[in-house]
Ligand binder design. Structure first.
Ligand code: 1CP
Length: 335
């Protein structure tokens, strides 16, 4: 069992570190592969290359866990939407077709995602047994932001469009079912843990947070509990509602975003393992500043189960050398 799983199962308090978006854009060896593979979804579905990219940060750094190289948008793709990635503008999906969405059956969905499960199998074989392989999905709300194009260019919710939506609850229910299926199959292929990314949870109007964030995350977490799959939830941007989220959803672990004060988190988030929090922008500063800010998290959580990670993904401009220094600092710190 890896340190990550020991902590998630409350077996012991030990050190564990991995970073969101550790396999990707900031690594020259990734960029080299990416430059030869223009279609990003195709790259995610190339099992050999996906496995290779997953292991790239493990080769470089002293990390406990690998996260499978894929994307949250692979699920909308498997449900029939075309997904394209544009430099600077981010991902764009073609017009959502409700009928086609409802018509997609499980076999068709799983057939499209088979290469991901193969990549997990390949990676699990190559990865040290003492390290975890993390699988992931996007939470339903965050996926709907992309599937239904609900975000304006300034990263705010397109309220007018959101209010005019029909069948939202039905779409949500089918998504939850298929996300659970994807989680189960990633676990069957050898993934040890799942992280549920609700990256755009902060855009949900407060009155609707329960309906579109808490309830869907809880349904997925309950499914995982039934199948004994440890869960890490990341309801990014919901501020003090992290406390209500934790009480309602009860995941094994909660990833803090950078706006959450670690001291507040320690006081208010009970019966859950805490992960992350450190602002990824800090990694663009001097070594001194990085270690000072990292120390705040390490110190605050030194006497409770804590997984060292960030408050969001590593930025593309990050210097891999600084990532290495930060991991070494965490490993050697005995305060
Ligand atoms: O052009 C490129 O090179 C593609 C860049 C890239 C990469 C490397 C994208 C496009 N996705 C990924 C991989 C990815 N995405 C992983 C696996 C690698 C790892 O974590 O080490 C994971 C877990 C994701 C998850 C993901 N994709 C999220 C949730 C986490 C988060 O950052 O909030 C979201 C919102 C996406 C959508 C997405 N995919 C890619 C882009 C540019 C975006 C838009 C959001 C963004 O810019 O981060």
């Amino acid at each position: 069992m890896s340190n990550l799983e020991k902590i998630l199962n409350n077996k012991t308090s030990c050190k564990s570190v991995w970073f969101m978006r550790q396999a990707g854009r900031y690594l020259p060896e990734f960029r080299k592969i990416r430059s030869k593979n223009e279609d990003f979804i195709k790259l995610c579905l190339n099992s050999e290359l996906s496995s290779k990219i997953t292991l790239q940060p493990i080769k470089r750094f002293d990390l406990d866990s690998a996260i499978i190289f894929s994307d949250i948008l692979i699920v909308p793709y498997a449900l029939g939407q075309t997904v394209k990635f544009f430099k600077k503008k981010g991902p764009k999906l073609n017009q959502f077709n409700y009928k086609y969405f409802l018509d997609t059956n499980e076999n068709e969905f799983l057939r499209k995602l088979k290469p991901i499960y193969k990549a997990i199998k390949l990676t699990r074989k190559k990865l040290d047994k003492k390290k975890s392989l993390i699988s992931f999905v996007g939470a339903p709300w965050t996926l709907l932001i992309y599937m239904l194009d609900l975000k304006k260019n300034n990263s705010k919710l397109n309220t007018k469009k959101f209010k005019s939506l029909e069948n939202l609850d039905k779409i949500m229910d089918k998504l939850i079912l298929f996300l659970c299926l994807h989680i189960k199959n990633q676990s069957k292929a050898g993934a040890n843990v799942v992280q549920i990314f609700d990256s755009w949870a902060g855009l949900i109007p407060d009155k609707l947070k329960k309906n579109y964030c808490f309830i869907p995350n809880k349904k997925i977490v309950d499914f995982c509990k039934k199948h004994k799959i440890p869960t890490i939830c990341f309801p990014k941007g919901i501020k003090k509602k992290y406390k209500d989220f934790n009480k309602f959803v009860k995941p094994n672990c909660l990833n803090l975003d950078s706006s959450i004060n670690p001291i507040w988190a320690k006081k208010n988030l009970k019966n859950v393992v805490i992960q992350g929090g450190l602002d990824p922008k800090i990694l663009l500063r001097s070594n001194e500043e990085i270690l000072k800010r990292a120390m705040k998290y390490i110190q605050t959580f030194r006497d409770i189960p804590y997984i060292f990670n960030l408050g969001h993904g590593l930025l593309p401009q990050t210097d891999p050398d600084k990532v290495n220094k930060l991991i070494k600092f965490y490993r050697s710190y005995n305060g």
